[in-house]
Design a binder for this molecule. Structure first.
Ligand code: SF4
Ligand code: SF4
Length: 783
């Protein structure tokens, strides 16, 4: 997802790398195709080498290629490799042959390193039995589709001119079924500016791809891009339109080109070879065993991808010395003078290497798409500028109002949660870069995390959405972040937790703190060393940790293994959260409880279940927010004077901390603190307060005057507390009089503070809009 990558022209898979190692291999298992797309780089470009190749990769060639991949991974300690079965059309090899290829790859590579198997297909031959085979071997498939029927028919047709659209939709339908959903990698779409971008976007979005790749059609300065009616930058316009739709949709699809440009804008890596300065990390094996460079080079000149080497006689280490590959490891130095002085070079990176080609100057040119890339990137950057009150709001219209009014229905909260996850994701490339600058090598964990993101997005999201993963990332993201090198090691624990959840075979070293390894969202393992690194071997059904001769085997989620303490979960009536008493990054203003013993843990569980029951009965309007947004409750140590305390950490979206209390009191604290969560989340996307305004404001709930933002927080939180007492007063019962008095008090305090805020002149237009909704709710109650 953020990895440095390179990708075959017709594949939707990224890849991670270190500059002298290779982690992604494209195996051309069949060199012919059942379609005859007129924009195909394999058959329709200047390189015609396919004519001399065997149709199908032989067993000997598969064995030799697998052995070379394993040899390189073992020699360089490559944590995981990805092998993409490609063509032509790979499904033409047939089921029996495909099975034997997959068996060979698995038997040769999997004992040495993590193996991720992929396929890029046109989908026409994808049947249920074929999907079963792919699912059996964990192969994930990317399907090529250029949009709606009209867009797809423009190029992707059979040799007799017939449409392939219906057959491709059938394949996608099969991949969306629950049985095969895990095998659905995404869609690859080649852009044609004559197609309506809105229609294409909607058609692709409707197929619910886990990932979408938008490829510019291959072109060079010798064979320039199609520019209808001489338009100077039609691809910028086309991509710009899709980008706007994507923003308006809450960026729900992972569009690799956009995510990469956003990541590189923040100094992070790119997830595609089409943009960015990351070195190439891909080799192709042709059906005859020839080692080749990326397929996109076929667009440059006949024989451009050739290396003259083959899997029978040459190891990967020899191939990476080939000048064509070495040239693409030089980052900025490998670019022409025009690109090096370009203001957007760190994002664009000169575009796809193949697109720079011109007879005479070779690849020492800007991209043939230079005008489009520059215009689109500048448009995107302007759109993402943080100077405005509204940042690139991923929140659709109406969500801000809905949440500002004090609540948040299911749809609004879903958008907020998705936006927060996206925000967390955007922090990681910068953290990774800071670690590198601090001299901490986390590349192994980084690549593993990227692999899990590709293979099992749900497992990846589950770990990234953990509130204290975000808190850790936020602590390490500042340009001057200096939290100490070792704390960057938490990235390893995050990657390991994601891999364990995904059942993804890998080996990774994770840090120990105070004799424990903490795996976010999963639990804590006691190890035989106080600090330093512990090697962890992850397998499909659990993991094994090795530390100073001590070995702990932990089948995932098995509570009976000595030393393994799973995170305590509370699952009740739609609420699914953890009692977070171990995360090293759970930092709150009040003292924390240490890890709970079983008895105290049970008391917490009972209290949370009781509080949830109260909220459902007494204040159901807060149920969607807590159900969808709350992920963790952090136990605070009891106050010696018996005072109830609760808090929220700025960056730990989805978490609240509280002292143990009776369910009705805990219910109020949960509602109250989750209000702070929601407002903090809005503040990630909207500037609500003018920072130049420094005059503090006196409020009823604190002795000392508060900063403007603190007052806004207080108003928004007390709005909900007033509401809970209001609803209790309306229900009647023995505490009705007290409930009524509490409601009046909170209502009055909130109203007065709102008036002071409104009069302060310190709110931005977005902040004033939020306050207006709060006041509307207050007025509604009074009426
Ligand atoms: S399906 Fe892919 S390989 Fe086959 S002709 Fe079309 S673009 Fe080329
Ligand atoms: S926008 Fe043009 S000049 Fe700038 S880096 Fe990209 S290709 Fe080079």
């Amino acid at each position: 997802m953020w990895r440095r990558s390179t990708r075959p022209s017709d594949a939707s898979m990224g890849v991670g790398m270190a500059s002298d190692t290779i982690s992604q291999y494209v195996l051309k298992v069949h060199s012919r195709c059942d379609l005859a797309c007129d924009h195909c780089y394999v058959y329709e470009n200047v390189d015609q080498s396919w004519r001399q190749r065997p149709h199908v990769m032989s067993d000997d060639t598969v064995r030799a290629a697998a052995a070379r991949i394993a040899q390189h991974a073992a020699a360089h300690g490559v944590g995981a490799v990805r092998v993409v079965l490609h063509g032509g059309e790979p499904l033409l090899v047939g089921r029996g042959r495909l099975r034997s290829m997959l068996e060979t790859l698995r038997a040769t590579i999997a004992p040495v390193t993590g193996l991720s198997l992929r396929m890029q297909s046109n989908g026409v031959l994808l049947t249920e039995p074929m999907c079963e085979l792919l699912a059996e071997f964990g192969v994930r498939v990317g399907i090529s589709l250029d949009g709606d029927r009209a867009a797809n028919d423009r190029h992707r047709r059979y040799a007799n001119g017939a449409s392939s659209h219906r057959a491709v939709l059938r394949a996608l339908e099969l991949l969306r079924t629950p049985a095969f959903r895990a095998a659905y990698a995404g869609i690859l779409c080649t852009v044609d500016v004559r197609n309506d971008p809105d229609v294409v976007y909607e058609a692709l979005r409707d197929q619910q791809p886990p990932r979408l790749d938008l490829l510019l059609p291959h072109a060079t300065w010798d064979d320039p891009p199609l520019r209808p009616e001489g338009a100077p930058a039609p691809y910028a316009q086309w991509l710009g339109r899709v980008f706007e739709r994507w923003l308006a949709d809450g960026q729900r699809i992972d569009i690799r080109l956009f995510e990469s440009l956003i990541s590189t804008r923040a100094g992070g890596p790119s997830a595609t070879e089409s943009v960015g300065l990351d070195p190439a990390d891909l080799l192709v094996v042709e059906t005859d065993g020839a080692w080749e460079q990326a397929d996109s080079l076929k667009a440059a000149f006949d024989g451009a991808p050739a290396t003259g080497l083959n899997v029978f006689d040459h190891a990967v280490d020899e191939v990476v010395l080939h000048p064509g590959i070495a040239d693409r490891q030089r980052g900025m130095e490998g670019l022409c003078a025009t690109c090096r002085s370009c203001p957007v070079v760190r994002q664009c990176g000169g575009g796809l290497y193949a697109h720079r080609y011109r007879t005479g100057t070779g690849f020492d040119n800007p991209s043939a798409y230079c005008a489009d890339l520059k215009e689109f990137i500048e448009h995107m950057n302007a759109r993402l500028s943080t100077q405005d009150d509204a940042r690139p709001a991923p929140l659709p219209e109406g969500v801000l109002d809905e949440i500002s009014a004090g609540y948040g229905d299911e749809e609004a909260i879903r958008h907020l949660v998705a936006a927060e996850l996206m925000f967390t994701k955007s922090l990681f490339p910068r953290v990774y870069e800071n670690a590198r600058r601090a001299g901490v090598d986390t590349s192994e964990a980084w690549d593993l995390l990227n692999d899990v993101a590709d293979r099992d997005p749900a497992a990846f999201r589950a770990v990234l959405a953990h509130p204290y993963v975000r808190a850790w990332a936020a602590e390490h993201v500042a340009d001057d972040a200096s939290p100490g090198g070792s704390s960057y090691g938490y990235l390893r624990a995050i990657a390991a937790a994601a891999a364990i959840r995904a059942g993804y075979a890998a080996t990774v070293a994770v840090p120990a703190w105070d004799g424990r390894v903490y795996l976010p969202t999963l639990g804590t393992l006691a190890v035989s060393r106080a600090a330093g690194m512990v090697k962890m071997s992850i397998a499909e059904k659990g993991f094994v940790a090795y530390a100073d001769g001590g070995v702990s085997a932990v089948p995932a989620f098995d509570t009976t293994v000595p030393g393994w303490r799973p995170t305590r979960r509370v699952e009740t009536a739609g609420l699914s959260i953890v009692i977070e008493d171990a995360d090293p990054y759970r930092k709150h203003k009040w003292p924390l409880e240490p890890p709970l013993d079983d008895q105290t843990g049970e008391a917490w569980r009972d209290a949370i279940i009781g509080a949830w029951d109260c909220i459902q009965r007494e204040a159901p309007a807060y149920v969607p927010g807590l159900r969808l947004g709350l992920r963790a409750v952090v136990p605070l140590r009891a106050d010696p004077a018996g005072k109830l305390q609760s808090s929220t950490a700025l960056h730990a979206f989805g978490s609240i901390a509280a002292t143990l209390a009776q369910p009705r009191a805990l219910a109020v604290m949960m509602v109250h603190e989750f209000q702070h969560n929601k407002l903090n989340a809005l503040l990630d996307w909207y500037r609500l307060v003018d920072n130049r305004y420094v005059e503090p404001i006196k409020v009823a709930w604190r002795d000392d005057p508060r900063p403007v933002l603190g007052v806004l927080h207080g108003v928004y939180a007390h709005l909900a507390v007033a509401d809970v007492w209001r609803l209790r007063a309306r229900r009647g019962g023995p505490d009705q009089a007290e409930a009524h008095a509490q409601f009046e008090k909170y209502l009055q305090d909130t109203r007065v503070a709102s008036e002071k805020l409104a009069a302060s002149g310190a709110l931005t237009s977005a902040g004033a809009a939020v306050l207006a909704q709060i006041v509307k709710t207050l007025d509604h109650w009074r009426d």
